[in-house]
Write a protein that binds this ligand. Structure first.
Ligand SMILES: Nc1nc2c(ncn2[C@@H]2O[C@H](COP(=O)(O)OP(=O)(O)O)[C@@H](O)[C@H]2O)c(=O)[nH]1
Ligand SMILES: [Mg+2]
Length: 417
């Protein structure tokens, strides 16, 4: 295990408590990357030092700590400029990376699908490019630790031109992979899709497993999930329903990564409904929620399509009943509490803008049957001597086309929009 020192900067607008929470999260990230935190440092300053970020005096202190604790890596919670990282390394004497570099390293270790691997390598190279110029020999000497995992030594030894060529190659590959993904998405179009999004560790994969009886990787680890996973809902639903698990958000997610992970998050963009899962027991839940809202807004997701899900209510003591707001559901994905209510909310959304109808179509009327298949979501069908009885979700605009075939038992209530 690589021994690591975690460093945070406390600016005047930040309380010590919040700074501690942020450092706690950084510690978890470091552990996720396979390191162990031997010491934490908080530096209080009116503003970042342009050359040494925390100041050269503090850097000197960190150097002493690194020697005392035998640390081989120092991780800063905030973004460092390439020059700051270089200057700090000179004083501290061991490898220095920032939160972005750390997250990239974690992603590199987690990526499984070709798409995720391509995206992560692309983001890593783009992150490294400005840092490569003079740090050349320096970086290749250091290769192999947390900060450089995923990018091979040979790449470090090549020059910028080759890195650039590699970057454009990866971008091309990514374009092709996205086309395939688009085709797969089209194939799912008939179904109602529900994407689960939220801060890392909020319980998305646990909820996914609850809703699908699935086997997504649900562990107490940041970013266990990188590849979107989809599976049919395990509950009886008015329409065919597919649930999608996605990668989590995090504070200060590197911008390059946000861009390259956009295509993974496209699953959420294309979804009919988005469940924004929050860890209701987390002290920083409102910050996490804001970050989630920002990312969703960034992706252009209409808040109308979002349902807020407060998870982990089993860990929250207060009585939840008098705090209810519409379209906010409180659940425990772990114990199953509130899941039925959530499923009901999803059902309600599925019925909106249409009706579940029972429709009897005579066998000779194949045109109407064909139209039904084209316009509606057929849930069930029974063939009798003269007619086929369909149970189907019919969008509001098409209800009149089938009204005369309807056995009049509209099973769902249409909400006129
Ligand atoms: N107590 C409690 N723990 C939960 C709940 N949901 C998830 N967890 C735990 O939180 C951790 C992260 O869950 P996971 O589903 O992997 O989160 P993800 O990163 O959002 O996919 C795991 O240790 C889960 O067991 C819940 O409702 N209550
Ligand atoms: Mg997950």
């Amino acid at each position: 295990m690589e021994k690591v020192i975690a460093v945070g900067l406390v600016l005047p607008d930040l309380t010590y408590n919040v700074a501690e929470e942020h450092l706690e999260e950084l510690t978890k990230l470091i552990e996720t990357a396979g390191g162990t935190v031997v010491e934490r440092v908080l530096a209080k300053r009116p503003r970042p030092d342009p050359a040494h970020f925390v100041g050269s005096g503090k850097a000197e202190e960190i150097n002493q700590l690194a020697m005392a604790f035998d640390a081989t890596l120092v991780v800063f919670d905030d973004d460092l400029s390439p020059a700051q990282a270089r200057n700090l390394e000179k004083i501290i004497g061991v490898k220095v990376i920032d939160r972005s570099g750390l997250i990239l390293a974690i992603f590199a270790g987690r990526a499984r699908s070709r798409e995720a691997r391509t995206q992560v390598e692309l983001a890593q190279l783009e992150y490294m490019l400005p840092r490569l110029t003079k740090q050349w020999t320096h970086l290749s000497r250091q290769a192999g630790g947390i900060g450089t995992r995923g990018v091979g030594e040979t790449q470090l030894e090549t020059d910028r031109r080759i890195v650039r060529t590699r970057i454009s190659r990866l971008k091309e590959d990514l374009g092709k992979i996205e086309q395939t993904r688009e085709t797969q998405r089209k194939a799912r179009q008939a179904a109602f899709t529900v994407a689960i999004v939220g801060y890392t560790n909020a319980g998305k994969s646990t909820l996914f497993n609850r809703l699908t009886h699935g086997t997504a990787d649900a562990v107490d680890r940041l970013f266990a999930t990188l590849d979107a996973k989809s599976q049919k809902a395990a509950f009886e639903m008015p329409r065919d329903t597919v649930i999608i698990d996605t990668v989590g958000f995090i504070r200060k997610l590197p911008h390059d990564l946000v861009a390259s992970f956009r295509s993974t998050m496209e699953e959420a963009v294309a979804a009919d409904l988005v469940l924004h899962v929050m860890d209701g027991s987390h002290p920083q839940v409102s910050e996490q929620r804001e970050i989630g809202d920002e990312v969703l807004a960034d992706l252009g997701i209409d808040p109308e399509r979002v349902i807020e899900v407060f998870n982990k209510v089993d860990l929250v003591e207060q009585d939840v009943s008098h705090e209810r707001r519409s379209e906010r559901v409180r659940v425990s994905a772990l114990t199953g509490k509130g899941i039925e209510a959530l499923v009901d909310v999803i059902r309600g959304r599925e019925r909106e803008g249409g009706s579940v109808m029972q429709i009897e179509i005579p066998h000779e009327d194949s045109r109407t049957a064909a139209r039904l298949h084209e316009l509606a979501d057929v849930l069930d069908q029974t063939v009798t001597d003269h007619v086929t009885i369909f149970k189907a979700w019919v969008p509001q605009h098409a209800v009149h086309l089938f009204a005369s075939y309807s056995a009049e038992k509209s099973l769902g209530r249409a909400k006129v929009s």
